[in-house]
Design a protein around this ligand. Structure first.
Ligand code: IVH
Length: 678
């Protein structure tokens, strides 16, 4: 390498490492895997050692070792790790081994979800929470008390514990729902997305920015109780004790008396873990009886009485083969990495999102690079890192495109964001097709026979160009399409016909107005009650509605005033779609059952906040949320002292119930809620 190239490379590495450091330490975001970060840092250190005269004064290697001031604390009992396996056979061997070590007694095991978060030790003295420490190296961790008490709702004072001083261990995590909500806010703002809930949890616990900590909602599941003067008889009893003391514990644990039952549990949760509110990366199998645990003992690294069965790894690496650019419904262009297929969370993956242009520039991607792919929250795989150290000299950098890959219109950049979009919304094929698909969505017009393939065929045959064209489709034309027989044609046309009766709020959602999701569409429908009134609304009027901000208001007005969209709306109205809520029905709640549908909703104050927990007999949680929102209240997910009501059903979170009682928040069941709204 020429000295100027070395100098450039050092500058690139300094910028990258500085960027990732800032993200991690100031904003609490891990944008890159630890491995990829270490590789970058190591390469920078090596270059600086070889060429000390090229070392930059602003190099982050100057600050290595100067971690932000989280005091190091020795653990009273080492925080060991768990033996891990991906093999069912090794679980069977573990069970056999334990049974041999406890020959004269029956051995029960307890299976628990292995929470993919950050291990914490929480110390209580004389009933007061005094310190929270990370696992660190197992002997010594960092004191993160300040950040934990600001971001996690934990019992601060416990009076009815079996002893005054004790330690609770467990896992801090960010729920998938919070992670997704925060990430979609970031996406809307054009900010880089977080890789997964675990990274953001670790970052939040270690950030110095307290405001940021307060804004992140983390949770904690307890799994161990340690005290010098008290011991539970079994792990199941320890979990029950933690629950009683006000800690959340994973409710899915199960005591299993044979290897067959353990395997059933492992298989069941392999299928169902995606339904859990938190990322679970495996199952921990433990000896249930604590005396038997002591008898079996531990090695210097891990207890012999437990083993973690890990599900397929969720991050893997592959070789970048090419990058394509996809145009979405709003015209936003998303770069997609294509790579040699890898097995990730049980599925073969060959494509992953690269988010946006800034992300490509920052990651400095070249064809043939080794990239790291992760399935964050098990949704769309993402590229989370790149190892540029093994780069082939001849390979080419990936550059973001400047024209739409579908219609070649020059791209625009959304001001203040990293998102490029194609402005040709009236002719760009992928945008038109995606708009149609959205219109047919189950929660919009529910035309379930109108899938991507049918939409492709309709466009190909030039039978449709926009949603209004659906209502002019004729049997003869559709039945001539490839793959369409009499039955499928009739079904499609019948579904389209039936969509005309879908309520006004669903039509509004289906129109794909930027920033108008299902909830906003419902609010607009309820408030304005007809398209005519909504079309007359000014931005200022829209801003009067709760939860409608300037951005949403601008998008609504722009869409409804656009002559192209107005022409479509006129045709939809002429076709007989629902352009108003029916006079007789005060709310689009017909599916909620008589007691609600017939009620006149008294207005709850918009400042009334509700938390819903558990399962209900008459309504789903979504329905209860709709009820509360339609009556003017707000539903939030985290219980804090500022919440006005807890709506609790069967299996409501015990810690939520305990906290509601502690903060004297009224607890309602579903009947009481409905009565109150009525
Ligand atoms: S028991 C001796 N139970 O997995 C270790 N650990 O290496 C006892 N983890 O970071 C740990 N869920 O924080 C246990 N239900 C569970 C767990 C769990 C997650 C974490 C733990 C540690 C790692 C084990």
């Amino acid at each position: 390498m020429e000295p100027s190239d070395i100098s450039k490379e050092i500058k690139r590495l300094v910028d990258l490492v500085t960027h990732y450091n800032e993200c991690y330490f100031q904003k609490g975001i891990s944008e890159i895997s630890d491995y990829a970060y270490d590789q970058l840092l190591e390469r920078l250190i090596r270059l600086e050692e070889a060429y000390p005269h090229l070392k930059r004064p602003d190099s982050p290697t100057e600050g290595i070792g100067e971690r932000p001031c989280f005091a190091a604390v020795d653990h009273q009992t080492p925080m060991l790790s768990l033996a891990k396996t991906y093999s069912e056979k090794e679980i069977a061997q573990f069970v056999t081994r334990i049974k041999k070590m406890v020959p004269d007694a029956a051995v029960d095991f307890i299976c628990e979800p292995k929470i993919d978060g950050v291990a914490l030790s929480i110390l209580y003295e004389h009933g007061h929470l005094v310190r929270v420490v990370t696992r660190g190296d197992g002997r010594q961790g960092d004191d993160v008390t300040r950040n934990v008490i600001q971001s996690i709702c934990l019992p601060q004072k416990i009076q009815d514990a079996p002893c005054a001083s004790f330690e609770v261990r467990g896992e801090a995590f960010m729920s998938k729902a919070v992670f997704l909500a925060l990430n979609s806010e970031r996406q809307a703002a054009g900010a880089p997305l977080w890789a997964n809930p675990r990274n953001i949890t670790a970052g939040t616990l270690k950030t110095l920015d307290l405001d940021l900590v307060k804004a992140r909602r983390l949770e904690f599941y307890g799994y161990s109780f340690y005290a010098a003067s008290y011991s539970c008889a079994t792990q199941a009893a320890a979990l029950a004790l933690l629950d009683r003391l006000g800690f959340a514990v994973p409710s899915t644990y199960k005591v299993c008396s044979s290897v067959g039952v353990i395997m059933d549990y492992i298989h069941y949760w392999a299928q169902h873990k995606k339904e859990l509110p938190v990322d679970v990366d495996g199952i921990v199998v433990k000896v249930n009886n604590l005396d038997q645990q002591r008898m079996v003992g531990m090695t210097s690294k891990s207890p012999r009485w437990a083993i973690a069965y890990k599900y397929q790894p969720e991050m893997a690496h592959s070789i970048l083969e090419r990058v394509s650019f996809q145009v979405g419904r709003t015209g936003a262009v998303t770069p997609v990495a294509h790579f040699s297929p890898i097995l990730l969370a049980g599925t073969m993956v060959r494509r992953a999102s690269l988010h946006n242009a800034d992300e490509i520039a920052r990651r400095d991607l070249y064809l043939g690079d080794t990239i790291f792919i992760e399935k964050g929250g098990e949704i769309i795989p993402k590229v989370v890192g790149v190892d540029s150290t093994r780069r082939n000299k001849a390979s080419k950098p990936i550059l973001f495109i400047d024209a739409c890959p579908a219609c070649e219109t020059p791209l625009h950049r959304t001001p203040g964001t990293a998102v490029y979009y194609c402005p040709n919304s009236q002719q760009c094929l992928p945008q038109l097709k995606a708009t149609l698909l959205h219109f047919a969505h189950r929660k919009a017009m529910d035309i379930h026979t109108l899938g991507p393939k049918t939409i492709d065929a309709l466009f190909e045959a030039k039978l449709v160009q926009n949603v209004a064209d659906l209502y002019t489709l004729r049997y003869e034309a559709v039945s001539r399409l490839e793959g369409f027989q009499a039955l499928s044609t009739r079904k499609l046309l019948a579904n389209i016909q039936a969509s005309k009766t879908k309520p006004f709020d669903r039509l509004l959602f289906g129109l794909a107005i930027k920033q108008v999701g299902e909830t906003v569409a419902k609010k607009l429908a309820l408030h304005f009650r007809s398209m005519e009134r909504l079309q007359r609304a000014t931005e200022a009027e829209l801003l009067q509605l709760p939860d409608i901000g300037a951005k949403i208001a601008t998008c609504i007005v722009a869409h409804l005033q656009d002559p192209y969209q107005q022409a479509i709306l006129n045709r939809l109205q002429a076709a007989g779609l629902q352009f108003a809520l029916p006079e007789a029905a005060p709310l689009p709640l017909d599916h909620l059952g008589d007691s609600i549908a017939k009620s006149q909703f008294s207005s709850l104050s918009a400042s009334k906040k509700f938390v819903i927990s558990g399962t209900f007999q008459k309504f789903t949680r979504v329905e209860l949320t709709t009820c509360i929102e339609q009556a003017g209240g707000r539903v939030v997910s985290a219980l804090s002292a500022k919440v006005d009501y807890l709506v609790a059903g069967a299996k409501a979170g015990p810690s939520k119930l305990a906290k509601a009682r502690q903060w004297e928040i009224p607890i309602l069941d579903e009947n009481e809620l409905i009565k109150m709204i009525q």
